[in-house]
Design a protein around this ligand. Structure first.
Ligand SMILES: Nc1ncnc2c1ncn2[C@@H]1O[C@H](COP(=O)(O)OP(=O)(O)OP(=O)(O)O)[C@@H](O)[C@H]1O
Length: 238
């Protein structure tokens, strides 16, 4: 499975935020998306998820040798600020979500199994989402992806609100999920990027570039990335 971005352009008024984004993402890898504040990471995610209309370019998905245009339902999006129905309990919401996605989910997996994967205590499951911490809301969002299993998963700064234990659980869950999905993960935390991601891509001046693979675990990783974020001419084109 491969996701191909072809000359994606997005403007807000006179400002061209995405200026011809090109890249190929493969299944089985976690990609870290790096870029300075306001460079357009969320805009790129919004374009891929169908939330925002692109002004130019295309995204294609290749599955088992068949290439087609990327559809909204191909993309699961974990927002940094989760949007959930606060008036339901976690359990009620997940039950509802499972019911409306009968066709997409594994029928054999029960709601209790899903909550076990998240290690969410019974009394928390039955509290209103309104009372959940940011991290718990993010966990519920992750659970939605485990249920529907969209081929592409976009995560916009998702692990920053988790405590160390939950962050580790989530990292393990993402490592497990990468076998069947293309995972693209935006973060400002370089330690997390080097720890979790198989490849890094930098968004700079409206374009994506691959970070040379040998940098990822090199001692000067942090310094070099900071340099790349300031000056994209040193990054390799994909
Ligand atoms: N709906 C919108 N209308 C006008 N401008 C927008 C809109 N959405 C984003 N922008 C602008 O596009 C640029 C990219 O924003 P975006 O949120 O994609 O950046 P980002 O890389 O995700 O930033 P951060 O790391 O701070 O979250 C910014 O200059 C932002 O102000």
């Amino acid at each position: 499975m491969q996701l191909t971005l072809d000359n994606i352009i997005k403007k807000f008024g006179d400002k061209e935020v995405l200026q011809g984004v090109e890249f190929r993402f493969q299944k089985g890898k976690i990609y870290g998306l790096l870029g300075r504040n306001g460079v357009g990471k969320t805009t790129l995610f919004n374009c891929l998820s169908g939330e925002t209309k692109m002004d130019g370019g295309q995204a294609h998905l290749e599955v088992n040798g068949v290439v087609r245009e990327l559809r909204e339902e191909d993309v699961g999006y974990v927002y940094s600020l989760p949007i959930l129905p606060e008036f339901l309990t976690g359990y009620e919401f997940i039950k509802f979500f499972m019911d409306i996605n009968q066709d997409k989910r594994q029928p054999a997996t029960s709601i209790d199994t899903y909550f076990e994967i998240l290690s969410m205590a019974k009394d928390d499951q039955h509290r209103l989402i309104k009372s959940y911490s940011h991290g718990m809301k993010n966990k519920i969002q992750m659970l939605l992806l485990l249920i529907t299993k969209p081929p592409i998963i976009l995560l916009d700064e998702p692990l920053t609100s988790f405590d160390v234990i939950v962050a580790l659980e989530m990292k393990n869950m993402l490592r497990e999920m990468k076998r069947d999905h293309i995972l693209i993960f935006s973060t400002h935390i370089l330690q997390l990027a080097s720890d979790l991601c198989d490849e890094l891509v930098v968004l700079n001046n409206g374009r994506l570039s691959a970070v040379p693979a040998e940098l990822l675990h090199s001692p000067e990783f942090e310094q070099r990335i900071i340099h790349l974020l300031k000056d994209d001419h040193h990054a390799e084109n994909a």
